[in-house]
Design a protein around this ligand. Structure first.
Ligand code: ZN
Length: 322
C-alpha cells in the first residue's frame, strides 16, 4: 500500500549554491498536472478578458463614428437643400427679371407712341430718347430653362444680375425722360384745345370794349361787337384756339380779316390785319401766329379788332381770354 502510495509521488530536486545541499521536495502527481492546467486556464482567462475589453472599445468607437456620420450626413443634407433652394431662387429671379424686361419694353413702346403723338399733333420737340433704347435679344434665354449644373446656375445668376443692372439703367432713363414728355403732352393738349383762351397779340392795351360805344367815325352810339387791342403794325396775331380757317380775305370795313372755326362751335374773328399767314382751309393750333397786326379797313390806327361768335351771336371775348 505504501509503495503504491509512493508511486503516485514525484520528487523534485532543487539545486542551489555550490556550498549548500540539494533540496528535495516531494509532491503528489495530481499536483504536477494541476499546476500547468491552472496556469493555462489563468492565461486563457486573461486573453478572453482582454479580447472582451477590446471588443467593447471597438464597439464604442463604432458608435462614436456612427453618430459623427449621421451628424455629417445631416450637415451635407442641409447644405444640399440650401444649394437647391438657392438654385430655385436664382431661376425664379431670372424669370422675374425677364418679365420685368418685357414690361419695360412695353413701357418704352408706350412712351415712343406718346412721343409720336406729340410730334404729330403737338409743338415740335426732341424725339423721345427712350424709343432709341436698344434691347439685347440674346438676353432672352430664360423661360422654361432648367439648370442642372452649378456652372449653369452661376451663369444664370450672373445674367440675372446683369439684367437687373440694365433694368435699373432703363428706369433711370425713364425717370429722366418722362417729365419732359409729360410737359410736351400738356403743351400738346393746350395746342389742340379748341376753346379760345390765348390772348391774340403782344399788347394788352384795350382801346375799345365789347358793348355800346360812340362810333369813332360817325360820333353816334353804336354796338361794338368785339374788343380793340392797340399795338404796332407787324405785331404777331395768335390763334385764340385750335381750329380751321374758314375765311382769310378782306373787305372795306374789316380790312384784311381771318375767321377761325373752332370744334366746339365757337368762331374767332381777327380784323384790320396788315398781313395774313394762313389761307382758307388751313388747320391751326392754339397760339399759332396767323397774321400781323395792321390798320386796314375801317380803322383809326394800328389795332386788332377781335370777336368771338357763339352760334350766330357775338359774345364778349374777354371772359374767354387769359
Ligand atoms: Zn373794333
Amino acid at each position: 500500500m505504501r509503495s503504491a502510495s509512493l508511486a503516485h509521488r514525484t520528487t523534485l530536486l532543487v539545486l542551489r549554491e555550490a556550498h549548500q545541499p540539494v533540496k528535495q521536495i516531494q509532491v503528489s502527481k495530481p499536483f504536477v498536472i494541476a499546476v500547468p492546467i491552472i496556469a493555462l486556464l489563468s492565461i486563457s482567462g486573461l486573453i478572453v478578458s482582454l479580447q472582451m475589453q477590446s471588443e467593447n472599445t471597438i464597439s464604442r468607437l463604432e458608435d462614436t463614428i456612427k453618430t459623427q456620420n449621421i451628424k455629417f450626413e445631416a450637415i451635407v443634407t442641409d447644405k444640399n437643400e440650401a444649394i437647391e433652394r438657392l438654385q430655385s431662387q436664382v431661376i425664379t429671379l431670372s424669370g422675374q427679371s425677364k418679365e420685368l424686361m418685357n414690361r419695360m419694353e412695353r413701357v418704352s413702346e408706350l412712351e415712343a407712341e406718346l412721343q409720336s403723338f406729340i410730334d404729330k399733333y403737338g409743338s415740335s420737340g426732341d424725339p423721345g430718347k427712350l424709343s432709341s433704347l436698344s434691347w439685347d435679344e440674346t438676353l432672352g434665354k430664360g423661360g422654361e430653362y432648367i439648370a442642372v449644373y452649378d456652372q449653369e446656375i452661376e451663369d444664370l445668376a450672373q445674367e440675372t444680375s446683369d439684367d437687373f443692372l440694365e433694368i435699373s439703367a432703363m428706369l433711370d432713363e425713364i425717370e429722366r425722360i418722362v417729365p419732359t414728355t409729360l410737359q410736351k403732352a400738356k403743351q400738346t393738349q393746350y395746342s389742340i384745345s379748341g376753346t379760345p383762351s390765348e390772348w391774340p397779340t403782344l399788347s394788352t392795351r384795350l382801346t375799345s370794349n365789347f358793348g355800346y360805344r360812340t362810333d369813332p367815325f360817325t360820333g353816334k352810339a353804336a354796338f361794338h361787337a368785339g374788343i380793340d387791342i392797340s399795338g404796332q403794325v407787324g405785331d404777331p396775331i395768335y390763334a385764340a384756339a385750335a381750329g380751321k380757317v374758314i375765311s382769310a380775305e378782306s373787305n372795306r370795313s374789316r380790312g384784311k380779316y381771318i375767321i377761325i372755326q373752332h370744334p366746339n362751335g365757337l368762331q374767332s374773328w381777327y380784323m384790320h390785319l396788315s398781313e395774313m399767314n394762313v389761307s382758307e382751309g388751313d388747320t391751326v393750333k392754339k397760339g399759332q401766329t396767323i397774321a400781323k397786326l395792321g390798320n386796314t379797313g375801317r380803322s383809326t390806327g394800328p389795332h386788332l379788332h377781335f370777336e368771338i361768335m357763339k352760334g350766330n351771336k357775338k359774345v364778349n371775348p374777354l371772359p374767354y381770354l387769359q
